[in-house]
Design a protein around this ligand. Structure first.
Ligand code: COA
Length: 388
């Protein structure tokens, strides 16, 4: 039986950063219209839309997002649904859109993501973000996401001898990549010393180990194989979508130094796409904190569990290395508008496979992967992409 495929035929991204002059609705409308233009279709061709947004009520005072987005894009009438899975909301929106197309429900579907986080002070943003943790056991007792990832970092250092220098090299690499991404929040390089000497946030994590608070939106247009062949010269194919879950609270996990949902989702994604780790040419992974990239590359099987620090130190995840990771700059350098991130990752995969990633281009890229996580790892959604 021939494998059914879903194509990405258009992409649209806003600049990421502290965007005082743009509202929540401005951002998602801009990304959506750019994606429609890039696909060379009309708004009227869109049959359905899904938008990932984690906490628009707390960040921007707006709910009822599906209808809002359809309204602002001039698409009223079509089914429009907001999906939420914390920082994996964008990845889940992509999965919902993929499912709609592959099931035959709709042949052209928009998957978007949007968050406007900087209109509230950091303390309020942190409270909103902690809604993704366990309210009764973690948030109520004062835990924040930097604190939870700091526990994971400490455990990884204790169990595997991972050093703070190795963890910091993730930030150095991702800032270096973000320098070449015009949409990134931080288009500048940092040195190892800068990272190690930046302000402490939650020991051992410092400012330059953390993703920032970000405004931004992203959208992709998905199409059935039939429609893609009719409309598009350079489709990028999504060949697998896999989702898995873990306990919400960190203390309930078997291990603090492994991300089980990502391990399960990765195996399922490779199986569905019929590929193995050695076929993956590049990946965009969820480096909300630098340690999270090390946990991600281990979960994806790029190296053995526990060897992520060394794999990073050896330069394997740099552009030009064995398997470049976060060529976009990742969440650390590009920014992390939480509900947007999963879609922005899919856009970087598309640019890489189209061969239009400029100075960030991975030579000869044919197969890519995105790894998008919610909370401290309770949701993991992985997609695999291939070109013809
Ligand atoms: N990396 C690099 N620089 C950062 C930064 C980051 N993560 N966060 C803020 N900055 C910079 C700002 O650009 C600003 O620079 P400037 O003075 O040159 O303009 C400066 O640091 C102060 O910014 P501010 O917004 O006041 O920082 P803050 O102390 O309020 O917030 C963090 C810093 C780390 C606490 C905040 O970014 C944070 O909570 N990050 C994690 C977000 C998160 O948990 N996401 C979900 C993941 S699961």
């Amino acid at each position: 039986m021939t494998k059914k495929r879903v194509a990405i035929i258009g992409v649209g991204l806003t600049k990421f950063g502290e965007l005082w002059e743009k509202s929540y609705r401005d951002l998602i409308t801009e990304a959506g219209l750019k994606a429609i233009k890039d696909a060379g279709i009309e708004g009227a061709d869109v049959k359905e839309l899904f938008v990932g947004s984690m906490s628009p009520g707390l960040f921007a005072g707006q709910e009822h997002i599906g209808a809002l987005v359809a309204d602002n894009a001039g698409l009223t009438g079509i089914p429009a649904t907001r999906v939420e899975a914390a920082c994996a909301s964008g990845g889940i929106a992509l999965r919902q859109a993929y499912t709609s197309v592959i099931s035959g429900q709709s042949d052209i579907v928009v998957a978007g993501g949007v968050e406007k986080m900087t209109d509230v002070p950091t303390g309020i943003a942190m409270t909103a973000l902690m809604g993704a943790g366990d309210e009764e056991w973690e948030a109520f007792n004062g835990a924040t996401f930097p604190a939870l990832y700091a526990l994971m970092a400490r455990r990884h250092m204790l169990e595997y001898g991972t050093t703070i220098e190795q963890i910091s090299m993730v930030s150095v690499k991702n800032h270096a990549n973000a320098k070449h991404n015009e949409y990134a929040q931080f288009q500048y390089e940092v040195t190892l010393e800068d990272v190690l000497n930046s302000a402490p946030v939650a020991e051992p994590l410092r400012l330059l180990h953390c993703s920032p608070i970000t405004d931004g939106a992203a959208a992709v247009i998905l199409a059935s194989e039939e429609k893609a062949k009719e409309l598009c010269d350079n489709p990028v194919w999504i060949t697998a979508s896999a989702l898995a879950t873990d306990t919400l609270a960190l203390h309930d996990r078997k291990s603090l130094s492994q991300t089980n949902a990502a391990i399960i989702a990765a195996k399922e994604a490779y199986r569905r796409a019929g590929v193995s780790v050695k076929d993956i040419d590049f990946a965009e992974v969820h480096d909300c904190f630098a340690i999270a990239e090390i946990l991600a590359i281990e979960a994806l099987g790029f190296c053995k569990i526990g060897a992520g620090g060394k794999y990073t130190e050896d330069g394997h995840t740099k552009i030009g290395g064995e398997r470049p990771v976060n060529t976009s700059g990742g969440l650390k350098g590009k920014g992390h508008p939480v509900g947007t991130t999963g879609i922005a990752q899919a856009i970087e995969a598309t640019l890489q496979l189209r061969g239009t990633a400029g100075k960030r281009q991975v030579k000869g890229a044919e197969t890519g992967l995105t790894h998008n996580v919610g909370g401290s790892g309770a949701t993991a959604v992985i997609h695999i992409y291939e070109k013809d």
